[in-house]
Design a protein around this ligand. Structure first.
Ligand code: ATR
Length: 288
C-alpha cells in the first residue's frame, strides 16, 4: 500500500510505456517488504532539465534513465561514477538528501554479472567480437576491459563509428580494441575464428526478419554467442547458434543485473535477482 512514507524511484524515458522495469523492481520491493514504489515517467527531450530538477525537489530517491536521455543527463549531475564517465552515459541517478545528484551507469557491470552467472569469471584470456558500436557496445567494452579482457574487436555497419569507438576505448582503457566493417566477410570470418565470444548489440536484432551479419560456418564450437536483445528472447542470431550446438546467452541477464545494481544503489540492499528475472519474464510474456 502506498502511504505518506512510501519512497519513490522510477524510470525516465521517451517512450517509457514498453518498460518492464516497474514490474521487475516492484516485485522485489514487495518480496523484501520495502516501502518503495517504482514509477515510469514519460519525459520528452525538451523537458529533461526541468524533470530532473523536479524529481529532486519531490525527494524522489533515484531513477533509471533510458533512451533518449542517457547522455543528456550527464552534465546535469554533481558527480559521475568512473564507469558512467568512461561510457559517456548515465542510466541510474541517485538523488542525495543534501540535494546533490549522483550519476551512475550499471550497464557494464550488469553485463559482466550476466556472464558470471553463466559460470564465466576469468575474462583475462578472452577475445571478444562485439557487433554494433552504439551506447550498449560502449558499456560492454568498458565492462570487459575493466575485467581484464585485452582483446576486443568492434564490427559495425557504419564503419567510422566502430573506428571512433575502438580508438577512444584503446586510449582510455589501455587495451587493444580493433575495428572492422560489419560487411567485411573476410575480416568477420577471421575474427570469429579467433574469438571466444561474440556479443551482438545490433538493435535491429529485435526484428523478426533481421538477417544476422554472419554465416553459420564462421562460428566455432567453443564460442559463446550473446545477444543483448530480450524481445524476442531468441533472436535469429541465437537461433543460428543453437542450431549449430553453440552456447547462447540472451539479453535477460544483462537487463536483470543492471536493474539489481541500480536497486542496490537506491536502497543499500541486495535484491532477489531470480525473483526479478521471473517478474520480468512474466511481464515480457504478457506484452507479446
Ligand atoms: P544501443 O544504445 O542499444 O547500443 P544504438 O546506440 O542506437 O543503440 O546502437 C544501435 C547499433 O545497432 C548501432 O551500432 C547500429 O549500427 P549503425 O551505427 O550503423 O547505425 C546497429 N544497427 C541497427 N540496425 C542495424 C542493421 N539493420 N544492421 C546492422 N547494424 C544495425
Amino acid at each position: 500500500m502506498i502511504t505518506g512514507r512510501t519512497k519513490i524511484v522510477g524510470v525516465i524515458g521517451c517512450p517509457v510505456e514498453h518498460s518492464c522495469s516497474p514490474q521487475m523492481h516492484n516485485a522485489a520491493f514487495q518480496y523484501m517488504g520495502l516501502d518503495y514504489v517504482y514509477v515510469p515517467f514519460r519525459v520528452e527531450q525538451k523537458d529533461i532539465k526541468t524533470a530532473i530538477i523536479g524529481l529532486s525537489a519531490l525527494n524522489v530517491v533515484g531513477i533509471n534513465v533510458t533512451v533518449p536521455h542517457k547522455t543528456t543527463v550527464l552534465p546535469l549531475m554533481n558527480s559521475v561514477s568512473e564507469e558512467a564517465k568512461l561510457i559517456g552515459a548515465v542510466n541510474t541517478i541517485l538523488f542525495r538528501s543534501d540535494g546533490s545528484l549522483e550519476g551512475h551507469n550499471t550497464d557494464a557491470e550488469g553485463f559482466i554479472e550476466s556472464l558470471r552467472e553463466e559460470g564465466i569469471s576469468d575474462f583475462t584470456s578472452q577475445k571478444v567480437l562485439i557487433l554494433g558500436a552504439g551506447g550498449s557496445a560502449r558499456a560492454i567494452v568498458v565492462g570487459l576491459a575493466k575485467n581484464g579482457v585485452k582483446n576486443i574487436t568492434v564490427a559495425n555497419r557504419t564503419y567510422e563509428k566502430a573506428v571512433a569507438l575502438a580508438t577512444e576505448m584503446s586510449q582510455k582503457m589501455k587495451i587493444n580494441v580493433e575495428s572492422i566493417p560489419l560487411s567485411d566477410p573476410v575480416g568477420m570470418k577471421r575474427c570469429l575464428r579467433e574469438s571466444d565470444m561474440v556479443v551482438s548489440t545490433i538493435s535491429a536484432g529485435m526484428q523478426a526478419d533481421f538477417k544476422p551479419p554472419l554465416q553459420p560456418d564462421w562460428l566455432h564450437r567453443d564460442m559463446i554467442v550473446y545477444d543483448i536483445v530480450y524481445t524476442p528472447l531468441e533472436t535469429n542470431l541465437l537461433k543460428m547458434a543453437l542450431e549449430n550446438g553453440l552456447k547462447t546467452i540472451n539479453g535477460i541477464g544483462m537487463l536483470v543485473h543492471q536493474g539489481a545494481i541500480s536497486f542496490e544503489l537506491w536502497t543499500g540492499r541486495r535484491p532477489p535477482v531470480d525473483l526479478m528475472r521471473e517478474a520480468l519474464l512474466t511481464a515480457l510474456t504478457r506484452k507479446t
